[in-house]
Each structure stands twice: as structure tokens, then as C-alpha cells.
Design a protein around this ligand. Structure first.
Ligand SMILES: Nc1ncnc2c1ncn2[C@@H]1O[C@H](COP(=O)(O)OP(=O)(O)O)[C@@H](O)[C@H]1O
Ligand SMILES: [Mg+2]
Length: 344
């Protein structure tokens, strides 16, 4: 679990990367850092948004003041509100003492609102007011306090689309998007894979108290370069640490990359697979927009094939399994050109 809030004067973490797209992004960071205007850091999960948000702080004149990070997705609306704005004693049940919020704590420094897309419209409005007027009120308080805080928002969502769908305020987006830094995903900067892999390998070897890190065997390197890295640098870091730790001989180069810790022949099937068989998905919200006709056809062919297989290609039995008449089943098999006998 990540820290919910971090406030630090710690020196920035080393950032690794030399791909042209990555260097260009770092250049953009250096350019945006000195201003006090809000910045939005956008990137897929695990691309290093927090690292970049910290860099914006440490490259600014605010570097000696506080850097405060809040993970907006981890807090309910009312907790987030009193965490950000603070509250007066007696503001609500359990508020026994005055609580100084992050906006006040970050005065003169930087406040990172991590996973910003998840906050409610009401909180968005309150944050907009801070950006516009530099003023806050503690929850339950009447005094207006002035704060000088630079806001850095980070998100893996498409905020334009969120705004178009009415889930994110256009006016806040306009303000936050004074400058937008987009971190390229790892698959678009393959030059960075091996330098990152070596850095994570060396750290892991030292964590395991091994005297050296023997590197990667050619087969391992090539599988690292071929992987798609949907979880980006975080996924790479985990895969490398796991592979170094599992490597049987600490003196031999790592030969096997453990991409998936769950990889086992005994993994239970996903719940979605059984739910889809009933024509329902219990947990997932549907991904929209979609093509309804194509999705229905996909579901129909899947169920028809499954029923035919279960019925050992006896069409009457298959029709029963799907609660269809024999003729209805035959019509559908024809429509989708589904094999009426055992394949092969
Ligand atoms: N360029 C980089 N160099 C070194 N470490 C990185 C780099 N990018 C990401 N990381 C590491 O990858 C992990 C995920 O980064 P993080 O900033 O938390 O991603 P995000 O917030 O985009 O999901 C962290 O452990 C971070 O230190
Ligand atoms: Mg993050």
C-alpha cells in the first residue's frame, strides 16, 4: 500500500531513462517547474507520475518548502475534505481538536493531488476556489485563510473525456491544464527497459545482501524487451525484483523472468468467465462506448459453441441447453457459420 500522504524534505529519487521521448518529457518538466501555475501529470499506471510530480517540486523555487502528496482515490469525500482543508474543533462528531489541512501545511510549497480524476464535483469546486483566490476555510470554520500552494495533479484518466461526460469540471480542468506533462508508456521507450532493469536488479541484489548482481542472460533480456509492460515501470520493477529473488544461483545471470507471480497450472478460473456463461457480468461495469450488435454476436457465438461442445455436437441437446427450439438453434448455427460437427 502506498502512503496516503507524504510530506518531506527528502532529496528526489533518481530518475532513469534515456529514450528520446522520455528525455523530451523531462525537458518539459524542467521548463514547467519554476512556475507557480498548476500542472497536470498524465500517464498510464506505473509510468512514474509521482516521481515526476516530486521532480516538479524539487526543480522549483519551492524546493525548500513542503511537498505534500495526497492520494485522492484512497479517501472518502468527507475525509478528503477535512484532510485537504482542515477542520475546526467540533466541526463534526469526533472532531475534538483543530486539524490543520494539507493546503495549510503545503503553504509555500507544493501539493500533489494524486489520482485527481476520482474526486467529487463538490470537491472539484472547492479546489477551483483555492486555485482562483488562494483562499481556504477549514471545515466548520468561518475564518478565511490565505495559502500560497502550487498544485500538481496526477491522473491516468482521460480528463477531457471525463469533462465531456460531466464527471469533471471544465473550469477546473482549464485551470489545472495550464501545462500538461504526459509520460510516455514504457512500451514506447524500449531503450529504457534494460537500464531500468539493471538498476532494479542491483538494488534487489543488495537488498538480498548479495555481493553483486550478475546481470541477465540473453534469453531473459530478450523477453524483457519483447514484453508489452501494461503496468509500465512498476510492473518492470516487480518482475525484476521477483526474478532476482527467485534466481537459483546468485552468481549466475538471471535466466528466467517471472512476469506473472500467479502463473500456475492450478489457477482457479476467473469469476467473469462463469458469469459470462450466464449472460451476466456481476462485478464489471460495461466499457462504453461499445458496438452493441458486435458484442451480442460475440456472446451468442460463444454460448452456441460452448453448448455444441457440451452436447457433443448433438443439435437437439444443444438446443435444450440454450432453451431454444431445434429450428431456432439451426438458424443461429447457420447465421454464424458455426460448425455442426466435432472440429478436427
Ligand atoms: N524513470 C524512472 N526511473 C526510476 N524509477 C522509476 C521511474 N519511473 C517509475 N519508477 C518507479 O516505478 C514505480 C512506479 O512509479 P509511480 O510514480 O508510483 O507511478 P504512477 O504514480 O504513475 O503509477 C515507483 O517505484 C517508481 O519509483
Ligand atoms: Mg501513483
Amino acid at each position: 500500500m502506498e502512503d496516503l500522504t507524504i510530506s518531506s524534505h527528502r532529496p528526489p529519487q533518481t530518475i532513469i531513462g534515456e529514450a528520446p521521448a522520455f528525455l523530451e518529457m523531462l525537458e518539459h518538466v524542467s521548463h514547467a517547474a519554476p512556475l507557480s501555475k498548476p500542472v497536470l501529470v498524465v500517464g498510464e499506471r506505473g509510468t512514474g507520475k509521482e516521481l515526476i510530480a516530486s521532480r516538479l517540486h524539487f526543480l522549483s523555487e519551492r524546493w525548500e518548502s513542503r511537498l505534500v502528496k495526497v492520494n485522492c482515490a484512497a479517501l472518502t469525500e468527507s475525509i478528503l475534505e477535512s484532510e485537504l482543508f482542515g477542520h475546526e474543533a467540533g466541526a463534526f462528531t469526533g472532531a475534538s481538536k483543530t486539524h490543520v489541512g494539507h493546503f495549510e501545511r503545503a503553504d509555500g510549497g507544493t501539493l500533489v493531488l494524486d489520482e485527481l480524476a476520482t474526486i467529487s464535483l463538490r470537491m472539484q469546486e472547492k479546489i477551483l476556489r483555492v486555485i482562483e483566490y488562494g483562499e481556504i476555510q477549514r471545515v466548520g470554520g468561518s475564518e478565511t485563510l490565505n495559502v500560497n500552494v502550487r498544485i500538481v495533479g496526477s491522473t491516468n484518466a482521460n480528463l477531457r473525456a471525463e469533462a465531456a461526460g460531466g464527471r469533471f469540471r471544465e473550469d477546473l480542468l482549464d485551470r489545472l491544464a495550464f501545462d500538461v506533462i504526459t509520460i510516455p508508456p514504457l512500451r514506447e521507450r524500449t531503450e529504457d527497459i534494460m537500464p531500468l532493469a539493471y538498476a532494479f536488479g542491483i538494488n534487489m541484489a543488495s537488498e538480498l545482501k548479495r555481493p553483486l548482481f550478475p546481470g541477465f542472460a540473453p534469453r531473459a533480456s530478450s523477453s524483457l524487451l519483447k514484453h508489452d509492460w501494461p503496468g509500465n515501470v512498476r510492473e518492470l520493477k516487480n518482475a525484476i525484483e521477483r526474478s532476482v529473488y527467485r534466481s537459483p544461483d546468485p552468481e549466475q545471470p538471471v535466466a528466467e523472468i517471472a512476469f506473472d507471480p500467479f502463473d500456475s497450472p492450478y489457477t482457479p478460473p476467473a469469476e467473469d468467465a462463469t458469469a459470462a456463461g450466464k449472460g451476466l457480468s456481476r462485478r464489471r461495469q460495461p466499457l462504453l462506448p461499445t458496438d452493441l450488435t458486435a458484442r451480442v454476436e460475440e456472446l451468442e457465438t460463444g454460448l452456441l459453441n460452448a453448448a455444441m461442445e457440451r452436447a457433443r455436437y448433438n443439435q437437439r441437446v444443444a438446443a435444450d441447453l440454450l432453451n431454444l427450439s431445434y429450428d431456432q438453434l439451426r438458424g443461429k448455427l447457420r447465421k454464424y457459420d458455426i460448425s455442426r460437427s466435432k472440429p478436427g
